[in-house]
Write a protein that binds this ligand. Structure first.
Ligand code: RET
Length: 238
């Protein structure tokens, strides 16, 4: 069952990548940046699911627990790219905000790497400690997204601001579920078995990567306006 679910992941991500590439070929070359980033995100996920489905991306730890370490390799590449998508949408001048983008990505990498430590420790104390460190980084990261990035995005053209807002909320909600699944799964308290954990991560991964990509890449109006002139009136952020 678990392997079957992982193969669903492979098929879903391969199909999404093909679709995003197709959408990219129908877009003028100078406007393809979001297609490229998003197709790389789903492409990396397809490879990661392939590794897990074939057993190459997992290892036995603690005498019997199957640790899917390839998830972390996936996340270390794809989560910065998801943040990059959001930053390029929200910031009128990404170049001038390069330091802020680097800060967001740095915090994100710290979160994933400390999460990897949490997942791979064998002592309960070690796992709990690194879990808390990683979760603090996640809270700080999401705080920066809903405060600073949101107020910058308020100056963007209407269609860009709308899709930014949808995607930023989607990100904040979905990302918050990852540590919850981790905690109830085999790396945490083991309240659910490995198959249920794989299923829950599959649903989250589909929504956070494919759902995100579909909403963004099928919104032609926003993609046309992004990088254009910012509106003079600043919207209030609620
Ligand atoms: C871990 C466990 C330790 C605590 C925290 C975690 C957060 C993981 C997140 C992953 C997001 C992944 C995404 C993948 C692609 O779609 C590592 C589970 C805070 C937020 C969005």
């Amino acid at each position: 069952m678990e392997t079957f679910l992982l193969w669903i992941g492979v098929i879903g991500f391969v199909a999404a990548t093909a679709y995003f590439v197709l959408l990219g070929t129908r877009t003028p070359p100078g406007k393809r940046i979001f297609h490229v980033i998003t197709a790389v995100i789903t492409g990396v996920a397809a490879f990661s699911y392939l590794m897990m489905a074939t057993g190459a991306g997992a290892t036995m730890v603690d005498g019997g627990r199957l640790f899917y370490y390839f998830r972390y390799i996936d996340w270390v590449i794809t989560t910065p790219l998801l943040l990059l998508d959001l930053a390029l949408l929200g910031l009128a001048s990404p170049r001038r905000n390069a330091g802020f983008i680097a800060g967001l990505i740095g915090l994100d990498l710290f979160m994933i790497l400390t999460g990897l430590l949490a997942g791979s420790r064998s002592s309960g104390f070690g796992r709990g400690f690194w879990f808390i460190v990683s979760t603090v980084a996640l809270v700080a990261l999401l705080y920066l997204v809903v405060t600073r990035l949101f107020s910058e995005a308020a100056g963007q053209p209407e269609a860009v601001y709308q899709i930014f807002r949808t995607l930023a909320y989607l990100t904040a909600v979905l990302w918050a579920f990852y540590p919850i699944v981790w905690l109830i799964g085999t790396e945490g308290f083991g309240a659910v078995n490995s198959t249920v954990e794989v299923l829950l991560f599959l649903i989250l991964d589909f929504l956070a990567k494919i759902g995100f990509g579909l909403l963004l890449l099928t919104n032609r109006e926003a993609l046309d306006q992004v990088g254009g002139s910012a509106q003079p009136s600043r919207r209030r952020v609620v």
